[in-house]
Design a protein around this ligand. Structure first.
Ligand SMILES: Nc1nc2c(c(=O)[nH]1)N[C@H]1C(S)=C(S)[C@@H](COP(=O)(O)OP(=O)(O)OC[C@H]3O[C@@H](n4cnc5c(=O)[nH]c(N)nc54)[C@H](O)[C@@H]3O)O[C@H]1N2
Ligand SMILES: Nc1nc2c(c(=O)[nH]1)N[C@H]1C(S)=C(S)[C@@H](COP(=O)(O)OP(=O)(O)OC[C@H]3O[C@@H](n4cnc5c(=O)[nH]c(N)nc54)[C@H](O)[C@@H]3O)O[C@H]1N2
Ligand code: SF4
Ligand SMILES: [Mo]
Length: 695
């Protein structure tokens, strides 16, 4: 038997672990963590192994599928491109540019052949109706970066390997493998951190990460904004800000800190469930630590005060002199730059959504507005939708309404590998070939990594003649739409050419030949200060008091405490190491074993409702209701219930034989389209009031 190994980074999450792909007689036979990868050091999670399932999945599409009279059948690539181009052009000719909408999902970011090519297609289509998973995820981070540092991707990353005190809010990297902090083998890094210093986790659930932490504090969902204000107020009591390093490069700091200092919080312990003394003690530990960093992720971004939370976190790092400092928060100077000339800095409000008037950000509208833009008649209504690597029916708010809206479209085109909850509504699905057959450079997650790393991934398998690469599909669509609409499409070159162009724009000095020779990736060392030289604000300074956030702070001060129905509970999400948002439940390796869909609830909350562990319950929100098994869990705060997203595969017309057998309802059947973080328009999916009762 002929055996050999090939090496690539895993594209399934932000950790970009190096994989050793073992081939036997030309067939992919086993996958291991690549011990020679200097960054991931042999780490792999169950999803990395499940690439074997993805590659062999009989439900995975390999050729274009067209749906006619409710039946799917294969068509040729040429027929598919022509059909798509003509339908899209006809709809736009009749109804105007806005009549085509687009929704881009999470995996786009993980494939160079998607992310580097889609912008040209969107530019050709010229529609204001572009949406993505970013507005159910990290928009608050991007907006804060854009407003304070002048570019949405000037993202300060926790220097986890060198910090002495890590304050972590609403993140669970042990399950998620890290986010907006590319951090493979995070468990080992956390263990080193807690041996050297402290990890403090603030989360309504005692998570897998909290278990490893030096301290964990429960917090009332969406109470973080008050916690962070109180934390900054405590810092002000402890001593002066340490701003020497930012001299001449900082504006508005006094103004921001004065406003925060004047903010009156009636009863901090009631709003956050954390006593004032505890916050003061934490602030003191943070202030005294030689190197400290504050960081918050999904739990503080995808909630009602996401932007304020992200802004306050930046101010904490600034106040204590930890911004742009080793062991604090540092911006990665990536080998393939995603900031600087020719990139999109993150403008806001250049146009607004038609129905609700929500502002655009970074060229997109909040996905919470997608449903009404499809279902509300009138000029500018979306009549055709393109989805690329997205499953908005399960991933975005009010999935039930969106599901119905998608069925009313005149035309839907999906670039996807499955017939799932969203793509079942498509008229045409174009499936890209396996990533293993394509050149890839992870332009985004190398740039968010906790070390300066670089990696070119070469194809390790041949693509069959009937398959098309992702970038070829985009070229095919661009050419066909241009031909049908009388516009021009310049064929984009293959990934290697674009990667080389990106490399040339950067200042790493690395050549393509060096990248190509390093099959395990290249480590260029730890993060280092670069933010101050790279600020892209018009003033050239850090803007500590952007009007948007000062305004939001003033509005928060004038808001009365929301009326809370004592019978309600607050719903929050979770991730499991074997999940990948909504789309990997068809992989046998990931769904075997115990069920993972249950609603977690504290035993006291069960008891007070006369419910018992394991029974089925009805969960109602102001948007909808679901039926789910409840599970007692005393790792959860009282008054909070916890449900994973990405379930809900029991629908007609899916082609996901394994996933359909995985029970569990969709979280987003409960979330509403009007619950938003004001400044960004990001959805507030955590901290949703719900009522739970026996079935
Ligand atoms: N309630 C709640 N909702 C959430 C979240 C939450 O925490 N709670 N998390 C949010 C977050 S952070 C995110 S990022 C979003 C994700 O939202 P989405 O991106 O909309 O959803 P995914 O489940 O990632 O779906 C990915 C889609 O891409 C397809 N796909 C997989 N690989 C490829 C590929 O290589 N090429 C192509 N073309 N298609 C591919 C899959 O079949 C699937 O249809 O969900 C959000 N929704
Ligand atoms: N295994 C796995 N890994 C993944 C994914 C996956 O689906 N499965 N998805 C990937 C994606 S797209 C992303 S964006 C990342 C997300 O990565 P993370 O943000 O690290 O992941 P989450 O598990 O969503 O962590 C959010 C935490 O916030 C807590 N939380 C909820 N509400 C609040 C609140 O109001 N305040 C505070 N302080 N905490 C709160 C939750 O209890 C939870 O522990 O994970 C990525 N990695
Ligand atoms: S942690 Fe992420 S990158 Fe690493 S093997 Fe798992 S899914 Fe892939
Ligand atoms: Mo995400």
């Amino acid at each position: 038997m002929a055996r050999h190994s090939k090496f690539r980074a895993c594209p399934l999450c932000e950790a970009i672990c190096g994989l050793e792909l073992q081939y036997e007689d030309g067939r992919l036979a086993a996958i291991r963590g690549d011990d020679a990868d200097p960054f991931s050091r042999g780490h792999i999670c169950p999803k990395g192994n499940a690439i074997l399932d993805l590659e062999n999945d009989p439900d995975r599409l390999r050729r274009p599928m067209r749906r006619e009279n409710g039946q799917w059948h294969e068509i040729s690539w040429d027929e598919a491109f022509t059909f798509a181009g003509e339908r899209l052009a006809a709809i736009q000719a009749e109804h105007g540019a806005a009549a085509i909408g687009a929704y881009l999902g999470n995996p786009n970011v993980h494939h160079f052949g998607h992310i580097a090519y889609l912008p040209a297609l969107l530019k050709l289509i010229r529609s204001p109706n572009v949406f993505s998973a970013s507005s159910v995820d990290q928009w608050p981070h991007q907006l804060v970066n854009a407003q304070m540092y002048g570019h949405q991707f000037l993202l300060p990353i926790p220097d986890i390997d060198h910090t002495d005190y890590f304050l972590m809010l609403g993140a669970n990297p042990i399950a998620s493998n890290g986010s907006l902090m590319t951090v493979p083998d995070v468990r080992a890094r956390i263990k080193a951190l807690t041996a050297r210093g402290k990890l403090v986790v603030i989360d309504p659930r005692r998570t897998e990460t909290a278990e490893l932490a030096s301290e964990h504090h429960f917090i009332t969902p969406a109470g973080d904004v008050y916690f962070l204000i109180a934390f900054l107020q405590a810092l002000q009591q402890l001593g002066p800000p340490r701003l020497n390093a930012y001299a001449g490069k900082l504006q508005g700091f006094e103004q921001a800190i004065t406003a925060i200092g004047a903010f009156r919080i009636a009863d901090i312990a009631k709003r956050t469930a954390i006593p004032a003394e505890t916050i003061t003690r934490m602030a003191s530990d943070f202030y005294q630590a030689p190197r400290a960093v504050a960081y918050g992720r999904m739990g503080v971004s995808v909630q009602a005060h996401g932007s304020l939370c992200q802004w306050l976190l930046q101010l904490i790092n600034l106040y204590t002199g930890n911004l742009d400092k080793p062991g604090g928060a540092l911006v990665n100077d990536a080998v393939l730059p995603i900031t600087g000339p020719g990139t999109s800095p993150g403008a806001r409000g250049r146009w607004h959504s038609r129905v609700r008037g929500l502002p655009e950000f970074a060229g997109e509208l909040p996905v919470s507005a997608l449903c009404e833009e499809i279902s509300t008649p009138g000029p500018g209504q979306i009549r055709a939708l393109i989805t690329s690597a997205g499953n908005p029916v399960l991933s975005t708010p009010d999935g039930v309404a969106l599901d119905a809206a998608l069925s009313g479209l005149d035309f839907m085109l999906s670039i996807d590998i499955y017939i799932n909850e969203s793509t079942r509504h498509a008229d045409l699905i174009l499936p890209p070939a396996s990533f293993l057959t394509q050149d890839h450079y992870d332009s985004v997650f190398n740039a968010f990594a906790v070390r300066r790393v670089a990696r070119l991934n070469r194809p390790v398998q041949e693509r069959s003649l009937e398959e098309r690469a992702d970038w070829e599909i985009i070229n095919g669509l661009g050419a066909a739409f241009a031909a049908a609409s009388g516009r021009e499409w310049r064929t984009l070159p293959p990934p290697k050419a674009l990667i080389a162009a990106g490399l040339a724009r950067g200042s790493s000095g690395l050549s393509m030949a060096e990248l190509e020779a390093a099959e395990h990736g290249i480590d260029l060392g730890p993060l280092r200060p670069s933010l101050l030289e790279r600020l892209e604000t018009p003033s050239g300074c850090i803007e500590a008091a952007p009007e948007l956030f000062m305004q939001a702070l003033a509005e928060l001060q004038s808001q009365a405490l929301p009326e809370i129905d004592a019978a309600s509970l607050m719903l929050i999400g979770r991730r499991d190491i074997r999940s990948n948002n909504s789309w990997m439940h068809n992989a046998p390796r990931l769904v075997k074993g115990k069920p993972r869909h249950q609603l977690l609830m504290h035993a006291d909350d069960l008891q007070s409702r006369h419910l018992i562990d394991g029974q089925q319950v009805r969960v109602r929100s102001s948007t909808g209701e679901i039926i789910v098994d409840v599970k007692a869990c005393n790792e959860l705060m009282r008054g909070v219930v916890c449900l994973p997203h990405g379930f809900g595969h029991q629908r007609v017309g899916l082609q996901l034989r394994r996933a359909e057998a995985v029970t569990g309802p969709s979280y987003n059947d409960l979330t509403g389209r009007t619950a938003l973080d004001g400044p960004s328009g990001n959805a507030a999916l955590n901290g949703v009031p719900v009522w739970v009762e026996a079935l």
